[in-house]
Design a protein around this ligand. Structure first.
Ligand SMILES: *[C@@H]1O[C@H](CO)[C@@H](O)[C@H](O)[C@H]1NC(C)=O
Ligand SMILES: *[C@@H]1O[C@H](CO)[C@@H](O)[C@H](O)[C@H]1NC(C)=O
Ligand SMILES: *[C@@H]1O[C@H](CO)[C@@H](O)[C@H](O)[C@H]1NC(C)=O
Ligand SMILES: *[C@@H]1O[C@H](CO)[C@@H](O)[C@H](O)[C@H]1NC(C)=O
Ligand SMILES: *[C@@H]1O[C@H](CO)[C@@H](O)[C@H](O)[C@H]1NC(C)=O
Ligand SMILES: *[C@@H]1O[C@H](CO)[C@@H](O)[C@H](O)[C@H]1NC(C)=O
Length: 603
């Protein structure tokens, strides 16, 4: 018989261990090392009006316990009023101060985006259950007010893309370092601009959904051979093979039954015929239950109960679209187009090396939960994927994840292949090198809430052991950043010159130099939305912009230090260590970043 006390004891121990771990992590990441941080912390604690709260915070590290409520947000939804009409931001993107007609040929060359950069543009699968979608930086600016030390600045004009940079010059701002763009709305009321729901990438017309036409039998194993996905896929594949001159069967015999329980991605394994179960979940494991065979089933690497299962909206499976090749005129909006532009910054590093940085902006970052307590929210979120080209050939890819990231060799990443008929319908994921000639565009995954970039769908634990803290990605709405793009070129070593590219010659560039933060400063302890346990804040500082993500980096990785380039999605096989000797670290995603003048581009 189990005594209840025992269970209690173990729970207590587990919580205590995690607490100690969290403390360790926080010491490691944001130890109060400098006197000014210690001073700021003292002030932060003192901001609470509640004596008990201050003492608990000082002595136990439990700050703002009273602010918690069950739904993980500290604020109950209150205001349902009509939102104030915001300024019109649509003109912002064409207010560049330069005259494209006066550009010399030489100047035009500096503004050229190489075609290979666009040909190898990444796709982004957003998370199907995402709450905070891609945002337009121009729209962000009409909903914020610049602040310094939690005090609104006294400015004559509202911010827009041409005057944002002026904030860096304001006395006391220490070159933008102390400037924060504070949300005009309470973020916990989730104003529309913050969630940016209207920027969900365009998906195929749901009426075209194939499932309505072909109701599927309930049985697991249909008697009549049905168009199971691999066959369905094969139709396209044969088109493809004829168009690229590769015999068709080779496309399908690639996979071997899983020997270790893994499947999909670049593992080369299918669950068909494996002893771990016949279904492959999109998280990359073989199994038998609904989690493997239903909505999260990957039909290319195993059986699915219903390969044509329509995933919950807006989760969609592009492979279904193959049957409908709508005439171009029926497709007013290209698949994957979001109203929020992606920001492309191309940096020519010389000697044939060109880095293409695809920046994604989200107005809000929802932090992850540990034991149902949320940490690390912030307003403004910049994520990026960098593709390094050598002599016009893609070489490696860097994906930003929190204040670190992962680098992959080009051939390691999943790719989507356009339909041979040119309709840009995806056929699926090809990882075989043979198809590199047609599989030009890599597939990346944006994690729910944090928008960290990953190369595979699934769960991605980080920092804490036992998966206590993890990101999740899946094949949710597919975003094609190439469909709505603002492209720039940058010369880090030449006066840090940003140029609008020929694709959008009238786009303003000065906003890219803004060195302050794109969101609120971490709220004081007196703010009912804020708490801090074990050094981890509920709300942290907004990040600095793209220019401060080490665009001048020599290695593929954002962080200086060892840069490991993975050659396989699944793990450590065939890795290579690339030593580096960059300069001191900067440019993390969250927290109090230096901003200011330092971009690390000088070295
Ligand atoms: C941006 O703000 C400046 C004032 O600082 C103003 O002169 C300019 O017209 C604004 N641009 C747009 C597009 O509103
Ligand atoms: C902001 O706070 C810092 C540190 O307290 C102080 O040095 C600075 O003068 C303040 N700036 C303004 C504009 O109040
Ligand atoms: C790609 O597929 C072909 C045909 O199945 C096979 O011969 C080749 O080894 C595969 N290449 C890789 C890198 O898996
Ligand atoms: C190009 O390579 C040469 C020789 O390796 C080197 O001396 C030069 O500094 C490089 N230039 C750039 C811009 O990296
Ligand atoms: C950088 O800017 C300074 C001042 O604006 C100018 O004198 C200098 O020539 C520029 N350097 C280059 C390499 O363009
Ligand atoms: C930033 O650069 C400007 C001009 O180069 C300089 O005057 C200023 O002191 C610098 N600010 C910081 C914080 O380094």
């Amino acid at each position: 018989m189990q005594r209840p006390g025992r269970k209690c004891f173990f729970t207590f121990c587990a919580v205590a261990i995690v607490y100690i771990l969290l403390c360790g992590v926080s010491l490691h990441t944001d130890g109060l090392s400098t006197p000014s941080e210690a001073w700021e912390n003292a002030k932060w604690v003192a901001s609470s009006k509640n004596w008990i709260d201050r003492q608990m915070c000082r002595w136990l590290g439990l700050c703002g316990v009273m602010h918690l409520n069950s739904n993980g947000w500290t604020w109950e939804r209150a205001k349902d009023g009509i939102p104030e009409p915001a300024a019109d931001f649509r003109g912002f993107w064409t207010t560049g101060e330069e005259d494209p007609d006066s550009w010399s040929d030489e100047e035009k060359q500096l503004r050229e985006i190489p075609q290979y950069v666009l040909d190898h543009a990444p796709y982004v699968h957003l998370f199907s259950g995402e709450k905070f979608w891609p945002s337009d930086v121009a729209e962000h600016l009409v909903h914020i007010s610049p602040t310094m030390n939690y005090t609104r600045m006294d400015l004559d004009n509202d911010r827009n893309l041409t005057n944002l940079h002026d904030l860096d010059g304001i006395p006391g701002a220490r070159h933008g370092r102390f400037v924060y763009l504070e949300s005009d709305d309470n973020v916990e009321e989730r104003p529309e601009w913050l969630t940016s729901k209207y920027n969900i990438p365009h998906s195929p017309d749901p009426r075209l959904d194939i499932q309505a036409e072909h109701p599927w039998p309930d049985a697991d194993e249909p008697e009549t051979p049905a168009p199971i996905s691999s066959e369905q896929y094969a139709v396209g594949a044969s088109d493809l093979s004829s168009s690229i001159g590769i015999p068709f069967p080779t496309l399908l015999v690639d996979l071997t039954p899983s020997t270790n329980g893994r499947c999909g991605g670049n593992s080369g394994f299918t669950c068909k015929g494996s002893k771990f179960g016949q279904c492959c979940s999109i998280h990359g494991w073989c199994g038998r239950g609904d989690e493997y065979c239903e909505a999260y089933c990957d039909p290319q690497h195993g059986k699915c109960n219903d390969p044509l299962y329509p995933p919950k909206q807006p989760h969609m499976d592009l492979r279904k679209r193959k049957r409908h090749v709508p005439a171009p005129e029926d497709q007013p909006t290209p698949l994957g187009k979001s109203k929020a532009p992606a920001i492309l910054i191309v940096v020519d590093k010389g000697n044939g090396t060109v880095d293409a940085f695809w920046f994604y902006f989200y107005s809000f970052n929802l932090g992850q939960k540990v034991f149902n307590i949320r940490f690390g929210n912030h307003v403004g979120d910049w994520e990026h994927t960098m593709i390094r080209f050598q002599h016009g050939k893609p070489h490696a890819v860097f994906l930003s994840e929190h204040d670190f990231g992962a680098a992959y060799a080009w051939h390691a990443l999943e790719k989507y292949v356009p339909n041979p008929d040119g309709s840009e319908t995806m056929l699926g994921t090809w990882t075989n090198r043979t198809f590199a000639q047609v599989a030009k565009r890599p597939v990346t995954y944006s994690a729910t809430g944090s928008h960290a970039m990953y190369a595979t769908p699934g769960l991605h634990p980080y920092v804490l052991p036992w998966g206590l803290l993890h990101d999740q990605t899946d094949r949710g709405p597919l975003w094609d950043p190439r469909e709505n793009l603002k492209a720039f070129t940058y010369q880090p070593r030449n006066n840090q010159t940003m140029r609008a590219s020929l694709l959008n010659p009238r786009a303003p560039t000065s906003w890219l130099h803004y060195a302050g933060h794109w969101g609120d400063k971490y709220y004081p302890l007196s703010d009912p939305r804020q708490y801090r346990f074990a050094g981890q804040y509920h709300y942290v500082n907004g990040p600095t912009g793209p220019k401060f993500k080490r665009l001048g980096r020599r290695d593929v990785c954002q962080k200086t230090g060892t840069c490991r380039i993975r050659h396989w999605l699944g793990g450590d096989r065939a890795t290579r260590i690339v030593p580096s000797e960059g300069e001191g670290g900067e440019g993390g995603e969250e927290g109090g970043l230096p901003g200011g003048n330092s971009t690390d581009d000088s070295g």
